[in-house]
Design a protein around this ligand. Structure first.
Ligand code: ADP
Length: 433
């Protein structure tokens, strides 16, 4: 708008044109004066003086004209720059505020106005900001004209971790000089913090899980080298415990590797056409020994015809192994685990292929259900460890099912058992046939 209000821009006349015009005046003057000298109407000295005056006069307007024009152009350029700065601040994706050299607000964008509603144009930002960290950073930046960073927590309306960067910027002034201004930008770091916290928790949990069996192993090695050196009975017992602990460590590492592999390919949907019936049969057969050990009968209600989904056999084997093994371990008291495979349609949604693993054990209290698929989450840590569990099984199951475009449902009535249902979309038309 400001730019439209100013007169239309005219390109400057080329120097050569202007010089040629002044040259013509000078040459015409010289010819006229020479004629007057030849006709004895003027002395040479006077003619020379007149010539100098006229030649000078013909050049001076040229200079003045240039000065006026360059001032107009500079003013116009400054207006354009001001509008550009405003547009840049307004278009910044994060909250941004431009301050003058004493900290008065020159421009700010809508996000900044939302973040700090007390900020007003032409008023000192220091009075409108609440967080002591921001105020300290801004003061330090104004005093030193150095970039300053600060992190602080916004508590309302939701808790957010914010980072503030105050950067000194040089801005052209109205009179052609340079002024030190400050650009405050705010960056939401909440997501990053959460990921960092999760990673730190994960490393702490994984190290803890590995350290426990490792401590047991080294304890038994010490005992076997020392007091139990010649005790054959104790040696046999300790070796079998050591074997169990080593197996647990190996299992934990296997689960960790599987989890990171599945996470890496989380966005790639498997496209091989696989029949779930033989996969489920293979898992049930493979767990026969464990079932017998736990005195649990496994009933497999599988259809006689093939049921195809788009999937990856190895990963699907891990899913059903984990679910059925959990049923055998944690639901053993029910004496029965039922594995069923069926196609189900809920409401008017597209049909799903559902694999349900149901046990009749103690079940799971409702407050644990939403957290069961978190890494290392267990209802009873001691029980899980005693069963050789890693706390990663259901997390792996959920990741694999998600990668297959499906979902995991968990239903339980305490005292009556638990049902884990892995739902998969039916095979797509392109992969069918
Ligand atoms: P874990 O290696 O401990 O078995 P999972 O991720 O497979 O880890 O399971 C997490 C926790 O969920 C288990 O420690 C157990 O407390 C609970 N859980 C899983 N399946 C069942 C079940 N069928 N019945 C009761 N609790 C279960």
């Amino acid at each position: 708008m400001v730019m439209n209000a100013s007169p239309p821009y005219q390109p400057p006349q080329p120097w050569s044109d202007r010089l040629r015009r002044s040259g013509l005046v000078v040459v015409a003057t010289a010819v006229a004066l020479t004629a007057l000298v030849v006709l004895n109407d003027l002395t040479i000295t006077r003619a020379l003086l007149v010539f100098i005056c006229i030649a000078g006069a013909s050049l001076v307007p040229l200079q003045l004209h240039d000065v006026v024009r360059s001032r107009d152009e500079a003013a116009e350029a400054r207006l354009a720059e001001g509008a550009a700065v405003r547009a840049i601040v307004a278009g910044m994706p994060d909250p941004a505020v431009l301050l003058d050299r004493v900290g008065r607000v020159l421009h700010m964008n809508a996000q900044a106005a939302q973040l700090a509603p007390a900020l007003r144009r032409n008023e000192l930002a220091l009075f409108a900001l609440r967080s002591p960290e921001i105020i300290a950073a801004l003061r330090a930046s104004i005093a030193t004209t150095q970039m300053q960073r600060a992190t602080y927590v916004e508590r309302v309306p939701v808790e957010r971790w914010m980072e503030l960067v105050v950067s000194p910027v040089s801005m052209p002034t109205e009179f052609g000089g340079i002024d030190n201004c400050f650009l405050m930008t705010f960056h939401d770091q909440t997501q990053l913090r959460r990921v960092e916290e999760m990673r730190a928790d994960f490393v702490a949990n994984a190290s803890h899980e590995l350290r426990t069996p490792l401590a047991a192993l080294s304890g038994f090695i010490d005992t076997l080298q020392g007091p139990a050196r010649d005790d054959v009975k104790a040696r046999e017992r300790f070796l079998s415990i050591m074997h169990a602990q080593a197996t647990r460590m190996a299992r934990l590492i296997d689960d960790l590797l599987s989890l990171s592999r599945v996470e890496l390919s989380a966005h790639v949907r498997p496209d091989a056409r696989v029949d779930l019936v033989p996969i489920l049969r293979q898992v049930v057969d493979g767990l026969e020994v464990l079932a017998r050990e736990r005195q649990v009968t496994v009933e497999a209600n599988l259809p006689s015809r093939p049921i195809f989904i788009a999937g990856e056999t190895e990963e699907l084997l891990r899913v059903f192994e984990n679910l059925i093994e959990n049923g055998l371990k944690y639901g053993a008291s029910g004496g029965r685990v039922v594995v069923s495979l069926a196609q189900a349609t809920e409401g008017d949604s597209t049909p799903e292929i559902r694999v349900a693993v149901r046990d009749f054990g103690p079940g799971i209290a409702p407050e644990h259900l939403p957290r069961l698929t978190e890494r290392f989450y267990r209802v009873d840590v001691g029980d899980s460890r005693a069963q050789g569990g890693t706390g990663l099984g259901l997390s792996l199951v959920k990741h694999i099912v998600n990668r297959h475009g499906g979902r995991l449902l968990i239903e339980s009535v305490p005292g009556k058992g638990a049902t884990f249902i892995a739902c998969f979309p039916p095979v797509r038309a392109a992969t069918e046939g």
